[in-house]
Design a protein around this ligand. Sequence first.
Ligand code: UFG
Length: 342
Amino acid sequence: MTPRHTILLTGGLGYIGSHTAVALVEAGYRAVILDDLSNSERSVFDAICQICGDEHLEFIEGDVTDAACLKTVFEAHDFFGVIHFAAKKSVAESEADPLSYLHTNLSGLVELLRAMDTAGVYNLVFSSSATVYGDQEVFPIPETATRHAVNTYGYTKVASEEMLERVGTADDRWSFGVLRYFNPIGAHGSGLIGENPKGIPANLLPYIDRVATGELPELVVYGDDYDTPDGTGVRDYIHVMDLAEGHVQSLDAIDATGQGHVVNIGTGQGYSVLEVIKAYEAVSDIEIPFRIAPRRAGDVAVYCADASLARDVLGFQAKRDLFEMCRTNWAWTQKMAEAKTA
Ligand code: UFG
């Protein structure tokens, strides 16, 4: 079958990029992945091909801040649009090394926009984050909430959104689909791709995975004295395949209307840390030992999306529940553990 359109995925071998590549090919697009392998492996490309065939997939090793590389990529393809994932995403690292975050996340975006402009490609889906809302007191959070960066990583996302607004205002050929992700977890149902952070994970699910396999002794629950039903932090977790499909819907909406959008991508439903542990234990049949520790600096009690705009504008609605998120996370974790001992 002839693909509908060819899409460039920068950072397409990362956690969200790899799942989006699968969703795109399954929706009839051709996906060209550009990734510098700084936080991913080449084997992820083989796994994507195993899931959806290699006919409509291509991998190019390269860095999004490298103008010469982008030029070559755009000259060799006829893209309908770009999904821009290539960016750094650790809050702690962004505080320790702000320059590298400004370079990759902001210079990378500018270089990409320049290359797109030169090539006459004006459709971009941008990987933003709920972090742009900073420490909000209002829940669920609507897209109209004030943007407010609370760390350098967050600053790069707020600044990127502002840059897109300025570029879009100056030239109406641009259409930007800005997707503000809440907390993506889970993995593809095949167990062939998933999240695989290097070092000790900072996020909840990858940490629970390591406790489940025995690599780490126990989970540390940061705070049980929040103003929430069980005292632990509440987040809007969303299955990574739902999120991936949201990108396809964003491109489809741009294709159908020629208009951009700025939307939250979440479920609108929050779960506490203890509820996540319980769900994970139920699907894995493994007890997750944990201890309660003081609150983590920078954390808030509740962070949940008002998910109604994405439903109205994109027809987006998350389909997979917390058990499916934990089940697929666990299946992927087991496959990785098997591969290590093989
Ligand atoms: N948590 C623990 N123990 C851990 C890790 C996390 O108790 O070892 C708790 C946190 O306190 C929080 C919840 O689990 O209540 C989720 O924490 P994560 O670190 O998984 O996710 P955050 O909500 O803190 O942050 C995520 C992304 C950020 C992004 C933010 C808002 O990691 O990049 O969502 O979108 F900015």
